[in-house]
Design a protein. Sequence first.
Length: 274
Amino acid sequence: MTPWTVALLAVLLLSGVRTAVAETVRVSGTGAALGTMRILGEAFRKTNPRIRIEILPGMGSTGSIKALLAGRLDIGLSARGLVDAERARGLVETRYARTPFVFGVNNRLKMTGLTMEGAAAIYAGERDWENGNRIRLVLRPPEDSDIPVLKGMSPSMREAVTIALRREGMIVATTDQDAADAIESVAGAFGGTTLSIVLSEKRSIRVLSLDGVTPSVRALAGGSYPHSKTFVMVTKKYPPAAVRRFIDFVRSPAASAILERNGQHPLREKGSHP
Protein backbone atom coordinates (compact mmCIF):
# COMPACT_ATOMS: atom_id res chain seq x y z
CA MET A 1 0.00 0.00 0.00
CA THR A 2 1.51 3.32 -1.06
CA PRO A 3 1.89 6.25 1.35
CA TRP A 4 -0.64 8.18 -0.73
CA THR A 5 -3.23 5.40 -0.30
CA VAL A 6 -2.62 5.29 3.44
CA ALA A 7 -3.10 9.05 3.67
CA LEU A 8 -6.32 8.88 1.63
CA LEU A 9 -7.74 6.13 3.84
CA ALA A 10 -6.89 8.14 6.94
CA VAL A 11 -8.72 11.18 5.56
CA LEU A 12 -11.77 9.06 4.69
CA LEU A 13 -11.75 7.46 8.15
CA LEU A 14 -11.58 10.80 9.91
CA SER A 15 -14.32 12.13 7.66
CA GLY A 16 -16.50 9.18 8.59
CA VAL A 17 -15.92 9.83 12.31
CA ARG A 18 -16.88 13.47 11.90
CA THR A 19 -20.05 12.48 10.04
CA ALA A 20 -21.02 10.03 12.80
CA VAL A 21 -20.51 12.67 15.48
CA ALA A 22 -22.44 15.27 13.47
CA GLU A 23 -25.38 12.85 13.24
CA THR A 24 -25.67 12.27 16.98
CA VAL A 25 -28.55 14.14 18.64
CA ARG A 26 -27.99 14.58 22.38
CA VAL A 27 -31.16 14.76 24.48
CA SER A 28 -31.83 15.19 28.20
CA GLY A 29 -34.02 17.11 30.61
CA THR A 30 -36.99 16.45 32.85
CA GLY A 31 -36.96 12.88 34.08
CA ALA A 32 -40.69 12.40 33.49
CA ALA A 33 -40.13 12.60 29.72
CA LEU A 34 -36.92 10.56 29.35
CA GLY A 35 -38.38 7.04 29.35
CA THR A 36 -40.72 7.75 26.48
CA MET A 37 -38.10 9.79 24.62
CA ARG A 38 -35.79 6.77 24.75
CA ILE A 39 -38.55 4.65 23.12
CA LEU A 40 -39.12 7.36 20.52
CA GLY A 41 -35.40 7.48 19.76
CA GLU A 42 -35.33 3.73 19.12
CA ALA A 43 -38.33 3.96 16.79
CA PHE A 44 -36.79 6.93 14.94
CA ARG A 45 -33.52 5.06 14.38
CA LYS A 46 -35.33 2.31 12.44
CA THR A 47 -36.07 4.71 9.58
CA ASN A 48 -33.11 7.04 10.17
CA PRO A 49 -30.17 4.67 10.76
CA ARG A 50 -27.52 7.38 10.28
CA ILE A 51 -28.89 9.51 13.14
CA ARG A 52 -28.27 8.34 16.70
CA ILE A 53 -30.48 9.70 19.48
CA GLU A 54 -28.35 9.75 22.62
CA ILE A 55 -30.45 10.02 25.80
CA LEU A 56 -28.26 11.40 28.59
CA PRO A 57 -29.05 11.11 32.33
CA GLY A 58 -31.83 13.39 33.54
CA MET A 59 -30.82 16.88 34.57
CA GLY A 60 -34.20 18.58 35.06
CA SER A 61 -35.87 21.25 32.95
CA THR A 62 -33.64 24.17 33.92
CA GLY A 63 -30.51 22.02 33.85
CA SER A 64 -31.21 20.91 30.29
CA ILE A 65 -31.75 24.49 29.15
CA LYS A 66 -28.41 25.52 30.66
CA ALA A 67 -26.71 22.53 29.02
CA LEU A 68 -28.27 23.44 25.69
CA LEU A 69 -26.94 27.00 25.93
CA ALA A 70 -23.50 25.61 26.83
CA GLY A 71 -23.50 23.37 23.74
CA ARG A 72 -23.68 20.09 25.66
CA LEU A 73 -27.18 19.18 24.39
CA ASP A 74 -29.04 19.45 21.10
CA ILE A 75 -32.53 19.09 22.59
CA GLY A 76 -33.58 19.97 26.12
CA LEU A 77 -36.76 18.39 27.49
CA SER A 78 -38.59 20.77 29.77
CA ALA A 79 -41.74 20.57 31.88
CA ARG A 80 -42.04 24.36 31.75
CA GLY A 81 -42.08 26.96 29.01
CA LEU A 82 -39.16 29.23 28.27
CA VAL A 83 -38.85 32.53 30.09
CA ASP A 84 -38.11 35.77 28.24
CA ALA A 85 -34.43 35.75 29.21
CA GLU A 86 -34.02 32.28 27.67
CA ARG A 87 -35.81 33.27 24.46
CA ALA A 88 -33.58 36.34 24.27
CA ARG A 89 -30.59 34.00 24.09
CA GLY A 90 -31.90 32.39 20.92
CA LEU A 91 -33.83 29.41 22.28
CA VAL A 92 -37.15 28.18 20.93
CA GLU A 93 -39.62 25.60 22.24
CA THR A 94 -41.94 23.05 20.66
CA ARG A 95 -44.73 21.67 22.84
CA TYR A 96 -45.26 18.01 22.04
CA ALA A 97 -47.23 16.28 24.82
CA ARG A 98 -49.19 16.56 28.05
CA THR A 99 -49.27 13.88 30.73
CA PRO A 100 -51.60 13.51 33.72
CA PHE A 101 -50.01 14.63 36.97
CA VAL A 102 -51.06 11.97 39.46
CA PHE A 103 -50.80 10.81 43.04
CA GLY A 104 -49.24 7.39 43.49
CA VAL A 105 -48.53 4.86 46.23
CA ASN A 106 -46.72 1.52 46.44
CA ASN A 107 -48.60 -1.73 46.86
CA ARG A 108 -48.11 -1.79 50.64
CA LEU A 109 -50.38 1.21 51.16
CA LYS A 110 -53.96 0.00 50.68
CA MET A 111 -55.33 3.06 48.97
CA THR A 112 -56.98 3.21 45.55
CA GLY A 113 -58.32 6.76 45.42
CA LEU A 114 -58.82 9.97 47.33
CA THR A 115 -60.39 13.40 47.11
CA MET A 116 -58.58 16.66 46.59
CA GLU A 117 -59.32 17.57 50.19
CA GLY A 118 -57.89 14.23 51.28
CA ALA A 119 -54.68 14.91 49.33
CA ALA A 120 -54.43 18.36 50.91
CA ALA A 121 -54.80 16.80 54.37
CA ILE A 122 -51.85 14.48 53.68
CA TYR A 123 -49.62 17.37 52.55
CA ALA A 124 -50.65 19.50 55.52
CA GLY A 125 -49.84 16.68 57.97
CA GLU A 126 -53.46 16.24 59.06
CA ARG A 127 -53.76 12.70 57.64
CA ASP A 128 -50.80 10.51 58.51
CA TRP A 129 -52.38 7.04 58.64
CA GLU A 130 -54.32 4.83 56.21
CA ASN A 131 -55.81 1.51 57.42
CA GLY A 132 -53.19 1.18 60.14
CA ASN A 133 -50.27 2.09 57.87
CA ARG A 134 -48.19 5.26 58.27
CA ILE A 135 -48.35 7.55 55.23
CA ARG A 136 -44.90 8.80 54.20
CA LEU A 137 -45.18 11.90 52.02
CA VAL A 138 -42.62 12.20 49.20
CA LEU A 139 -41.93 15.87 48.41
CA ARG A 140 -39.95 17.68 45.74
CA PRO A 141 -37.67 20.71 46.28
CA PRO A 142 -39.39 24.14 46.33
CA GLU A 143 -37.91 25.09 42.93
CA ASP A 144 -39.06 21.91 41.17
CA SER A 145 -41.68 22.14 38.40
CA ASP A 146 -43.98 19.80 40.36
CA ILE A 147 -44.55 22.42 43.05
CA PRO A 148 -46.55 24.95 40.95
CA VAL A 149 -48.58 22.05 39.52
CA LEU A 150 -49.45 20.85 43.03
CA LYS A 151 -50.27 24.36 44.24
CA GLY A 152 -52.44 24.96 41.20
CA MET A 153 -54.69 21.97 41.87
CA SER A 154 -56.90 23.80 44.38
CA PRO A 155 -56.77 26.58 47.00
CA SER A 156 -56.52 23.96 49.76
CA MET A 157 -53.59 22.29 47.99
CA ARG A 158 -51.82 25.63 47.61
CA GLU A 159 -51.95 26.13 51.36
CA ALA A 160 -51.14 22.49 52.16
CA VAL A 161 -48.06 22.36 49.90
CA THR A 162 -46.75 25.55 51.50
CA ILE A 163 -47.13 23.87 54.89
CA ALA A 164 -45.52 20.64 53.65
CA LEU A 165 -42.42 22.45 52.43
CA ARG A 166 -41.88 23.71 56.00
CA ARG A 167 -42.44 20.33 57.69
CA GLU A 168 -39.44 18.53 59.14
CA GLY A 169 -38.50 14.93 58.44
CA MET A 170 -40.04 14.79 54.98
CA ILE A 171 -38.67 12.62 52.18
CA VAL A 172 -37.43 15.11 49.57
CA ALA A 173 -36.68 13.61 46.14
CA THR A 174 -34.37 15.65 43.93
CA THR A 175 -35.37 14.15 40.56
CA ASP A 176 -38.44 12.54 39.00
CA GLN A 177 -36.70 9.18 39.11
CA ASP A 178 -35.78 9.67 42.78
CA ALA A 179 -39.41 10.42 43.59
CA ALA A 180 -40.63 7.34 41.71
CA ASP A 181 -37.98 5.21 43.45
CA ALA A 182 -39.16 6.45 46.85
CA ILE A 183 -42.84 5.86 46.10
CA GLU A 184 -42.00 2.33 44.92
CA SER A 185 -39.71 1.31 47.78
CA VAL A 186 -40.61 3.18 50.97
CA ALA A 187 -43.36 1.55 53.04
CA GLY A 188 -46.40 3.81 53.10
CA ALA A 189 -44.95 6.24 50.53
CA PHE A 190 -47.36 8.68 48.86
CA GLY A 191 -46.47 11.41 46.39
CA GLY A 192 -46.99 13.22 43.14
CA THR A 193 -45.63 11.85 39.88
CA THR A 194 -46.69 11.59 36.25
CA LEU A 195 -48.50 8.90 34.31
CA SER A 196 -45.71 9.10 31.73
CA ILE A 197 -43.00 7.93 34.12
CA VAL A 198 -45.20 5.20 35.63
CA LEU A 199 -45.96 3.68 32.21
CA SER A 200 -42.76 4.32 30.25
CA GLU A 201 -40.55 2.97 33.05
CA LYS A 202 -43.01 0.21 34.06
CA ARG A 203 -43.02 1.41 37.64
CA SER A 204 -44.62 -0.58 40.48
CA ILE A 205 -46.71 2.41 41.51
CA ARG A 206 -50.48 2.37 42.00
CA VAL A 207 -51.95 5.48 40.38
CA LEU A 208 -54.82 6.78 42.51
CA SER A 209 -58.14 8.04 41.26
CA LEU A 210 -58.82 11.64 42.26
CA ASP A 211 -62.32 12.84 43.06
CA GLY A 212 -63.65 9.68 41.42
CA VAL A 213 -61.74 10.09 38.13
CA THR A 214 -59.03 7.64 37.08
CA PRO A 215 -56.12 9.52 35.45
CA SER A 216 -55.63 8.53 31.80
CA VAL A 217 -54.73 10.04 28.46
CA ARG A 218 -58.40 9.88 27.44
CA ALA A 219 -59.57 11.57 30.64
CA LEU A 220 -56.96 14.30 30.19
CA ALA A 221 -57.86 14.91 26.53
CA GLY A 222 -61.58 14.96 27.37
CA GLY A 223 -61.16 17.35 30.28
CA SER A 224 -62.51 15.10 33.05
CA TYR A 225 -59.01 14.91 34.57
CA PRO A 226 -57.52 18.43 34.41
CA HIS A 227 -54.21 18.08 36.24
CA SER A 228 -51.20 17.75 33.95
CA LYS A 229 -47.66 18.67 33.01
CA THR A 230 -46.75 19.83 29.51
CA PHE A 231 -43.53 18.67 27.87
CA VAL A 232 -41.60 20.86 25.44
CA MET A 233 -38.52 20.27 23.30
CA VAL A 234 -36.14 23.23 23.56
CA THR A 235 -33.54 23.90 20.87
CA LYS A 236 -31.45 26.71 19.53
CA LYS A 237 -33.19 28.78 16.87
CA TYR A 238 -31.45 27.14 13.91
CA PRO A 239 -30.74 23.52 14.90
CA PRO A 240 -28.99 21.03 12.59
CA ALA A 241 -31.05 19.06 10.09
CA ALA A 242 -30.83 15.88 12.20
CA VAL A 243 -32.39 17.69 15.16
CA ARG A 244 -35.20 19.11 13.04
CA ARG A 245 -35.87 15.66 11.59
CA PHE A 246 -36.21 14.13 15.05
CA ILE A 247 -38.52 16.93 16.23
CA ASP A 248 -40.72 16.35 13.17
CA PHE A 249 -40.81 12.63 14.01
CA VAL A 250 -41.87 13.31 17.62
CA ARG A 251 -44.84 15.27 16.25
CA SER A 252 -45.74 12.59 13.67
CA PRO A 253 -48.70 10.14 13.79
CA ALA A 254 -46.30 7.24 14.41
CA ALA A 255 -44.86 8.98 17.46
CA SER A 256 -48.33 9.96 18.69
CA ALA A 257 -49.20 6.29 19.13
CA ILE A 258 -46.03 5.77 21.20
CA LEU A 259 -46.79 8.82 23.34
CA GLU A 260 -50.33 7.65 24.05
CA ARG A 261 -49.19 4.18 25.05
CA ASN A 262 -46.84 5.82 27.52
CA GLY A 263 -49.35 8.10 29.22
CA GLN A 264 -49.08 11.26 27.12
CA HIS A 265 -51.57 13.21 25.04
CA PRO A 266 -49.78 14.30 21.83
CA LEU A 267 -49.71 17.99 20.90
CA ARG A 268 -49.20 18.08 17.15
CA GLU A 269 -49.14 21.84 16.84
CA LYS A 270 -47.10 23.78 14.34
CA GLY A 271 -43.46 23.64 15.38
CA SER A 272 -41.62 26.77 16.48
CA HIS A 273 -38.24 25.87 14.97
CA PRO A 274 -37.47 27.39 11.53
